[in-house]
Design a protein around this ligand. Structure first.
Ligand SMILES: NC(=O)C1=CN([C@@H]2O[C@H](COP(=O)(O)OP(=O)(O)OC[C@H]3O[C@@H](n4cnc5c(N)ncnc54)[C@H](O)[C@@H]3O)[C@@H](O)[C@H]2O)C=CC1
Ligand SMILES: O=P(O)(O)OC[C@H]1O[C@](O)(CO)[C@@H](O)[C@@H]1O
Length: 381
């Protein structure tokens, strides 16, 4: 069995590639980073190390790579594969769509591949695979779309494993936290799909993706933004400060209220889930930089993402949003120069003011109480 995985980065190697390989897939990585592509081609294997006391290592073997810039090679790989997965960043999905679309054309014209293909985006977003499908379909003509309707499935998924920036001399070596969770929407898969070890299949992904995104990712990015405001460079140091931890905890109580109400989770169980997540953030065997966890603030401030969506849902239910508003405010203070989204956000704040900038990126009216609270918090920080 062959799997084509887009993105040989931290999650690609440290999580998805590892699970695919364990399940018996021969994994081909497609990446635009030539250092990674060459190393994978040359060695055909890499090491995953657990961030715990045992530092247990596992070698992922039988892997290869292609240059993601080479449309022809990407399309050929899509044509030949049994499964496609991605971990490139949700904003990059549009850039990989052309290779997938061309590959689907090849599959359509080669009689031997008239069989189902699953394409699973493993990104931190609601409806990642659905977004990828839209990008791919925009490039297909009517006949190709009809073929894809019949043979190609885009189940959404939720992925959870903390994999920080790697500082190892070996560019392929990847250190990961021991915990992982990969949940896939079974209702959008071929009826006769073969389940893979290491993946949880569910009929309704919404509670899983929202619980993950609005707990792990909301909490993590607020730790990064508030930690940055307090001058910390790592999540571990930030959360050791009670002032930071209390904002993170407060925000997770706010998102927790929404999640419990929306999905009928048991409140006690959810409180334990929050405690477990906070424990993962402070893993002493990991060093996770606030610049990584806070990266792409425009994506994180977008209406459907981890800060604004739960804040709006909470507000609509008459629930408090003070800590989420602090997180939104602190995202606007996050001023690290090497992130293009930070540069854009800071430039709009300088030009038009924080209220106008926030309204632009969050799609909230300037007079919206959540936005007003965030602006108030911003000026107090
Ligand atoms: N690192 C983490 O802890 C987690 C990350 N995620 C999500 O996983 C995705 C990937 O994140 P990371 O692995 O941390 O990022 P990363 O930056 O380590 O990896 C992304 C990889 O995609 C490659 N890439 C960029 N454009 C490409 C293209 N056109 N074709 C092929 N490859 C391309 C990059 O060169 C890079 O190797 C993101 O959506 C992130 O939100 C989800 C859960 C945990
Ligand atoms: O690109 P993003 O959304 O910040 O993804 C990384 C996030 O996902 C997580 O891995 C959680 O699964 C966190 O480590 C991190 O905050």
């Amino acid at each position: 069995m062959k799997a084509l995985h887009f993105g040989a980065g931290n999650i690609g190697r440290g999580f998805i590639g590892l699970i695919l390989s364990r399940a018996g897939y021969k994994v081909t990585f497609s990446d635009v980073n030539q250092e990674l592509v060459h190393a994978l081609l040359e060695r055909g294997e890499y090491t995953v190390e657990l961030a715990n006391e045992s530092k247990e290592q596992e070698t992922v073997t039988g892997v290869t790579a292609i240059d993601g810039r080479d449309l022809q090679k990407v399309a050929e790989a899509v044509a030949e594969t049994d499964l496609v997965t991605t971990a490139v960043g949700v904003g990059v999905l549009k850039h990989i769509a052309a290779g997938i679309a061309k590959g689907l054309e090849y599959r359509r014209h080669v009689g031997t591949v008239q069989k189902p293909l699953h394409i699973i985006a493993c990104e931190n977003a609601i409806g990642g695979s659905t977004q990828l499908k839209e990008h791919v379909y925009a490039l297909l003509d009517e006949q190709a779309q009809a073929y894809a309707d019949q043979y190609v499935y885009f189940p959404d998924s939720a992925v959870d494993r903390i994999v920080p920036i790697q500082n190892h001399a070996d560019p392929l070596h990847v250190q990961v936290e021991p915990f992982y969770e990969w949940v896939v929407d079974r209702s959008r898969m071929a009826p006769a799909f073969k389940p893979m070890e290491g993946v949880v299949y569910v009929d309704d992904l919404e509670p899983y993706i929202e619980r993950k995104l609005f707990t792990v990712n909301t909490g993590h990015c607020i730790a990064a933004y508030i930690g940055y405001v307090h001058g910390y460079d790592t999540i571990q140091k930030a959360i050791a400060d009670e002032k930071v931890k209390s904002v993170v905890y407060g925000a997770l109580q706010e998102t927790g209220g929404v999640l419990v109400k929306r999905f009928g989770f048991n409140r006690e169980d959810h409180m334990q889930y929050i405690v477990k997540i906070l424990g993962r953030f402070v893993n002493p065997y990991l060093t996770d930089e606030v610049t990584r966890v806070g990266r792409s603030p425009l994506r994180k401030l977008s209406p459907n993402d981890r800060l604004v969506r739960p804040a709006l849902l909470a507000h609509a239910e008459g629930m408090p949003v003070t800590h989420l508003a602090m997180g939104i405010a602190a995202a606007c203070k996050f001023d690290v120069s090497d992130d293009p989204e930070v540069v854009e956000l800071q430039s709009l704040i300088r030009e038009k003011g924080v209220a106008s900038a926030l309204s632009h990126y969050t799609a909230m009216e300037q007079g919206h109480p959540v936005l007003a609270e965030a602006v108030k918090q911003y000026h107090q920080m």
